[in-house]
Ligand binder design. Structure first.
Ligand SMILES: [Zn+2]
Ligand SMILES: [Zn+2]
Length: 157
C-alpha cells in the first residue's frame, strides 16, 4: 500500500502535480477498495469517513486528475454512473469486466486475451490500437450456481 502510494506520488510529480493530503486521502480509498468500482459519490463518502473536511468537488477534481494521468480509468457499465477503477500497475491495456445482469456483480479479467483480435483490427482497418474497453454482460458463476441448485430442489418436490 505505502509503496503504491509512493509510486503514484512519483507519477503525479512527473506531471508537476503534488500529492496533497486531499489527493492522498482519495488515492487511499481507491487502493483500499481496489476490487470495487466506485462512483465519485461512493469515493467521497468513504473519504469523508476519515477526512470530513474534504468536499465532493475536491474529490471529483482529484478523480478527474487521476483519470487524466491514467492512474485510474473511468468506466460506465451502462447505468449512467461513471465509476473509477485503478489501473493495474504496469498494465499496457485496461482490464476486462464481467457484469452480471442478475446480481450486478462486476468481476475482472486481468489477462489481455485480445492479441489476435487487435492484430486483425490493426491490419484490416489500418488502425493503431492504444487501448480498449471490453465489458461482457451475462450471468455470473454465483447466480448460475444458485439457479442450478434451485432447479435441483424443484425437481425433488
Ligand atoms: Zn475493474
Ligand atoms: Zn450474479
Amino acid at each position: 500500500m505505502e509503496n503504491r502510494i509512493e509510486r503514484i506520488k512519483k507519477q503525479l510529480h512527473s506531471s508537476s502535480y503534488k500529492l496533497t493530503p486531499q489527493r492522498e486521502a482519495t488515492v487511499r480509498v481507491l487502493l483500499e477498495h481496489e476490487e470495487d468500482h466506485l462512483s465519485a459519490e461512493d469515493v467521497y463518502l468513504l473519504v469523508k469517513e476519515k477526512s470530513p473536511e474534504i468536499g465532493l468537488a475536491t474529490v471529483y477534481r482529484t478523480l478527474e486528475l487521476l483519470t487524466e494521468l491514467k492512474i485510474v480509468d473511468k468506466i460506465n457499465f451502462g447505468d449512467g454512473v461513471s465509476r473509477y477503477d485503478l489501473r493495474q500497475e504496469g498494465a499496457a491495456h485496461f482490464h476486462h469486466h464481467l457484469v452480471c445482469i442478475e446480481c450486478g456483480a462486476v468481476d475482472e479479467i486481468q489477462e489481455d486475451l485480445l492479441e489476435d483480435v487487435e492484430e486483425i483490427v490493426e491490419k484490416n482497418w489500418n488502425f493503431i490500437i492504444k487501448d480498449h474497453r471490453l465489458t461482457f454482460h451475462g450471468i455470473c458463476h454465483r447466480c448460475h450456481d444458485r439457479s442450478t441448485k434451485d432447479e435441483e430442489t424443484n425437481n425433488l418436490d
